[in-house]
Design a protein around this ligand. Structure first.
Ligand SMILES: Cc1ncc(C[n+]2csc(CCOP(=O)(O)OP(=O)(O)O)c2C)c(N)n1
Ligand code: SF4
Length: 271
């Protein structure tokens, strides 16, 4: 049962009313439940941020580590226990600013991790500073006159870095999100799922986007299913869907093959 995957002793949670991160946590739990995985088979590794608090609330093996280093810790866990499913929930700041280097190299190696990037376009936990996902011209506490940086496109970044599963969805599209998360967790290789998530407290307030419901409606109206007729007619809308789903050599498996070859070479005394 879904409730069994939650550490109720840590509730009430710290998320603001209307925050999208709880919806992502619920989608992730439902995806794991749908896959029929046991609690003991899952490791959740997070960094620091509002999104990263998920590691405290979930009743799997969990590690709540340091900002920007979730993928680095997760790499160690996966290499030590390749039999476990390792899921890494991150904020856009955590994954793409301080943690960007870890993310692209894990993607390049195709290590079997599921990176869930909750893109609220801002640093929520520390008070609304702009992030690598804040669009040009939008505001944050550190960009009161408008941000002059350009934002990343997470899907293009993950594709370019070599991730073998890449998807984008939003907290409005709950069924789709659950489906994509289940596919990502099941996929053997590095998976990136961008979930556009609302932070009404900072991003919404600074940019006058209205209530959490208004922000959700923007996800509904501002995005479109990849490959649909509407996507062709309205290229200005952000596409949702699965952009990459490929089988490629996976890093922890290749590493264990290499170790076995080394052992055989050593035993036979070959040079
Ligand atoms: C090494 C380090 N640098 C900076 C911080 C401060 N810090 C904590 S969370 C955070 C950003 C949070 O934003 P994001 O990762 O996008 O997650 P959100 O809170 O929006 O979910 C920062 C800068 C920290 N804890 N450790
Ligand atoms: S500050 Fe933003 S990201 Fe953090 S809990 Fe509140 S709404 Fe969510």
């Amino acid at each position: 049962m879904v409730k069994d995957y939650i550490r109720q002793r840590f509730f009430p949670h710290l998320w603001c009313a209307g925050c999208g991160h709880g919806t992502v946590m619920s989608g992730m739990i439902r995806a794991i439940d749908r896959l029929g995985l046991q609690q003991n088979e899952i490791v959740v590794v997070s960094g620091i941020g509002c999104s990263s608090r998920m590691a405290g609330y979930l009743d799997f093996h969990t590690m709540h580590t340091i900002h920007g280093r979730a993928v680095a810790f997760a790499t160690g866990v996966k290499m030590g226990r390749p039999d476990l499913k390792v899921v890494v929930p991150m904020g856009d700041g955590d994954a793409l600013a301080i943690g960007g280097n870890h993310l692209i190299h894990a993607a390049r190696r195709n290590l079997d991790l599921t990176a869930i990037i909750m893109n609220n376009r801002i640093y929520g936990m520390t008070g609304g500073q702009f992030s690598p996902m804040t669009p040009f011209g939008e505001k944050g506490t550190t960009a009161p006159l408008g941000n002059i940086d350009q934002a990343f496109d997470i899907v293009e970044l993950a594709k370019g870095a070599g991730a073998s599963f890449v998807a984008r969805t939003t907290t409005y599209h709950v069924q789709e999100m659950t489906r994509f998360l289940a596919k990502a967790i099941e996929h053997r290789g590095f998976s990136v799922v961008e979930v556009m998530s609302q932070c009404p407290t900072y991003y919404g307030r600074k940019n006058r986007l209205g209530s959490a419901v208004d922000m959700l409606e923007r996800f509904r109206d501002g995005t479109v299913a990849k490959g649909s007729r509407k996507a062709a007619e309205k290229p200005e809308l952000i596409e949702r869907g699965i952009f990459v789903e490929e089988e490629r050599p996976e890093y922890s498996s290749e590493y264990s093959i290499l170790v076995n070859q080394c052992m055989k070479t050593k035993e036979s005394g070959e040079k």
